[in-house]
Ligand binder design. Structure first.
Ligand code: UDP
Length: 389
């Protein structure tokens, strides 16, 4: 029986608002799975070194799910990871807490998990959420540091189980990192159907333009390929695009500036940039647009795709990574090859122009999204944990 689990989320906190900086899908994932476990009677302590204004050193989110802030000082990453791991061990010892599983999220936490798994004698499970070697797709972002690639390779060789979000993610782990196939398990993320479901669109309340309207939702960084969506809208007369999200990572601010310039050139007055929206409010946006566009150059899963579909909004997405799994091509939306602008324009135009097609894809989107839920994700993770203890 699994009674208590430690989640390590060193670099970002599930309490941070997603949509800019370091906070995105992984934060939503950690928070959603922790809530679901807590609802099932499993205690989850999420450890993070990220400080956010207004949050105490320990926050009880709901009964059974707590976020613990651990100081992790150091001159470099190795020192900070070491300090974090020691801090977690000291916290658990002080409270006389024993975990059944340590589940690390992202490579830095995976590294900390490796430092903890042997001394605490607790099995280690790792979810990478993104992998350096897969992310390195020449998107104008700095290449991942060698330290990250080396650390990923090392922790993959040592973990009891590595959770892939899709079969494609599993193949990446095996092909790029020589992960042992018997240690790779697939457990797709879910979606909160209480939040993301069809409802009345509220476009006017949100101050969004009339007519054909597409949305891009997520952190602004070169890897998200948002320029493709802007160029496609530029080719479709009368169409508008709303881009919701804030700058993220080293190239984020520059990217946002370049996207604004591009919009002024190719679709003047037809692209609206919006600051990140509260996660609880974003369903209203999905419901109020005709199509959600996800032109990412790499994406391990794409929570936005499933959230939009759960709201009944078709998705036009890149045929990369997890998106080929989270979008049902031709049924809930379309998958498009990255580089070919005319393909994006063709698909988006079809969804705008053909009411019957849009209604069919909307129905298909609801059906496809219904196959994802946090309960299913949590149940699958429990199965994996159980196999390790
Ligand atoms: N998100 C949000 N507000 C925003 C933009 C994004 O709450 O303004 C959330 C979105 O609902 C989704 C997550 O951020 O849950 C983005 O996850 P995704 O997997 O699509 O991308 P990632 O951030 O992992 O690259």
């Amino acid at each position: 029986m699994i009674g208590r689990v430690a989640f390590l989320s060193l670099h970002t906190s599930p309490l941070a608002a997603p949509g800019s900086g370091d906070a995105g899908g992984m934060n939503v994932y950690v928070d959603s799975v922790a809530r679901t476990f807590a609802g099932m009677g499993i205690t989850v302590d999420v450890f993070t070194s990220r400080v956010d204004d207004g949050f105490a050193a320990e926050t009880d989110v709901v009964p059974g799910y707590r976020v613990v802030h651990i100081e992790a000082p150091g001159h470099d990453r190795a020192e900070r990871v070491g300090a974090f791991a020691s801090g977690v061990a000291a916290w658990a010892t002080r409270r006389a807490v024993r975990y059944d599983i340590i589940h690390s999220h992202y490579w830095l936490s995976a590294w900390a998990g490796v430092l903890l798994t042997e001394p605490l004698q607790v099995p280690l499970v790792i979810s990478f959420h993104t992998l350096g070697r897969v992310r390195d797709v020449g998107a104008g972002e700095p290449p991942p540091p060698l330290l990250r690639l080396a650390a990923e390779t090392e922790v993959i060789a040592r973990a009891g189980c590595i959770v892939a979000s899709t079969p494609a993610d599993a193949v990446d782990l095996i092909e790029h990192y020589a992960a042992r196939p018997e240690r790779v398990c697939v457990s797709p993320p879910g979606v909160d159907h209480g939040l993301f479901h069809p409802d009345v669109p509220r476009r006017a309340d949100l101050g969004l333009p009339e007519g054909p309207l597409a949305a891009v939702v997520g952190r602004v960084q070169p890897l998200k390929g948002i320029d493709i969506a802007i160029r496609a809208i530029g080719e479709i007369p009368e169409a508008h695009l709303v881009v919701v999200g804030g700058a993220s990572g080293e190239g984020g601010d520059r990217e946002l500036g370049q996207l604004r310039n591009l919009a002024d050139q190719v679709a003047p007055g037809r692209v609206v940039f919006r600051a990140p929206m509260e996660h609880d409010a974003i369903a209203d946006l999905y419901r109020s647009v005709d199509v959600v566009v996800i032109p990412s150059l790499a994406e391990s899963f794409g929570l936005v795709a499933v959230e939009a579909q759960a709201c009944g909004t078709p998705v036009v997405a890149s045929r990369v990574g997890g998106l080929a799994f989270s979008v049902a091509d031709g049924e809930s939306g379309y998958l498009v090859d990255n580089g070919v602008l005319s393909d994006w324009t063709k698909r988006i135009t079809a969804v705008f122009a053909d009411d019957e097609l849009r209604a069919r894809l909307s129905g298909g989107a609801i059906v496809h999204a219904s196959t994802f839920s946090w309960n299913v994700t949590a149940a699958r993770l429990l199965e994996l944990y159980q196999g390790l203890v």
